[in-house]
Design a protein around this ligand. Structure first.
Ligand code: SF4
Ligand code: SF4
Length: 284
C-alpha cells in the first residue's frame, strides 16, 4: 500500500497536508444510492455549498476529461476523490473511474466516500485498484438509533426497513472497515451529528470504529432538511462536546469544509468548478 495514514498527513489536504499547496477534486460520477438517510437531499444545482450537490453527473470518461482540465487549472491537486452525489458503491461508476485514473494519473491519491453498505463485498476491488483512503459515514452503531436516521436500505435487490435494515448496514460498515484497515487503507469515519438522536452516542461510535481499524473521525453537523427538517442543527458547543467525546478514542478531524460533490481546487480557496462546469453565477 503506497500511502499510510502518516504519509497522507503530508500529502492529503483533508488529513493535515499543507492546504496551500495540496488540493483535491471531487468527481461526481455516482448518482444513485442504496440507502435512504432521513436528512438526505441530493440536488443538481450550481449554488449550494454542501455534500450531495453537483452541477452535473459525469460518466467515468467525462470525469477523466474534467480531471485533465482541473490539473491544468490547479496543478496543486494531489487527491482525486469521489463523494457522490449518491453512494460510490451503489453503481460501478466510481470504481471504473478510479481504474482510469490509476492508468492515466498514477501519481494522484485516490480517495472515496461511501455509506459502507457494500464495503465488505467490494473491499477486494478497492484494495486491488489502490484506493488509498476511504471515508465511511457511520451515524450510529446501535440499530435502534440508526433506524431513526435511516428509512430503509436496498441490499441485494431486497428492501429492509427500519431496525432490520439498520442492523445490516452497521454490520457491513464495520466488517468493511476492518477489511480495509487490515489491508493498510486509511479509513476515516464521518458521523452526521443530530443532537437529539445520536448526540449521546458519539463516544460509542468513535470507540467502535477505532476498534474496527479507522484512523480518523469527522463530525458533520446536520443540515436540517428532508424528514429531519424539523430538527435543530447542532450549535458550536454540541459539536465541540461531540469532538471531545470522540477524541477520547480516536484522532478527530476538525477542518472539514463539507464540500460539494464536484468541488475542485484548494480547500477554502478558489473553486475551479465554476470554470470547468460553466456554472451560472448568481445574477447573470
Ligand atoms: Fe443520501 Fe449519502 Fe445517505 Fe445515500 S448515503 S441517502 S446519498 S446521505
Ligand atoms: Fe476534505 Fe471534508 Fe471537503 Fe471531503 S468534504 S474534501 S473531507 S474538506
Amino acid at each position: 500500500m503506497a500511502n499510510t495514514y502518516s504519509k497522507l498527513q503530508n500529502s492529503h489536504p483533508c488529513f493535515g497536508g499543507n492546504r496551500n499547496n495540496t488540493g483535491r477534486i471531487h468527481l461526481p460520477v455516482s448518482p444513485g444510492c442504496n440507502i435512504s438517510c432521513k436528512f438526505c437531499d441530493r440536488k443538481i444545482n450550481d449554488h449550494e455549498e454542501r455534500p450531495g450537490v453537483t452541477s452535473k453527473v459525469l460518466s467515468p470518461v467525462e470525469a477523466l476529461e474534467v480531471l485533465e482540465k482541473a490539473l491544468k487549472l490547479c496543478p496543486e491537486i494531489t487527491v482525486a476523490g469521489i463523494a457522490g452525489p449518491g453512494d460510490t458503491l451503489a453503481t460501478d461508476y466510481a470504481l471504473e473511474t478510479f481504474r482510469l485514473i490509476k492508468e492515466r494519473f498514477p501519481h494522484l491519491i485516490k480517495c472515496m466516500s461511501t455509506n459502507g453498505l457494500l464495503l465488505k463485498e467490494r473491499a477486494d476491488e478497492i484494495i486491488e485498484i489502490g484506493v488509498e483512503s476511504v471515508t465511511v459515514t457511520v451515524n450510529a452503531v446501535d440499530p435502534e438509533i440508526e433506524a431513526r436516521l435511516n428509512r430503509f436500505i436496498v441490499y441485494h435487490g431486497k428492501v429492509y426497513i427500519g431496525i432490520e435494515g439498520a442492523a445490516i448496514l452497521i454490520k457491513n460498515q464495520l466488517e468493511g472497515i476492518r477489511k480495509l484497515a487490515k489491508a493498510g487503507i486509511t479509513v476515516k469515519v464521518n458521523t452526521v451529528l443530530v443532537p437529539s438522536i445520536n448526540g449521546d452516542h458519539i463516544e460509542e461510535i468513535a470507540k467502535t470504529v477505532k476498534e474496527a481499524g479507522a484512523s480518523i473521525y469527522n463530525i458533520i453537523p446536520l443540515i436540517p432538511q428532508s424528514d429531519l427538517s424539523g430538527e435543530e442543527a447542532p450549535v458550536c458547543k454540541e459539536i465541540d462536546d461531540a469532538r471531545t467525546a470522540a477524541g477520547k478514542h480516536i484522532d478527530v478531524f476538525r477542518h472539514c469544509q463539507h464540500c460539494r460533490a464536484d468541488a475542485v481546487g484548494l480547500l477554502g480557496g478558489k473553486d475551479y468548478g465554476d470554470m470547468i462546469y460553466e456554472r451560472r453565477v448568481a445574477g447573470s
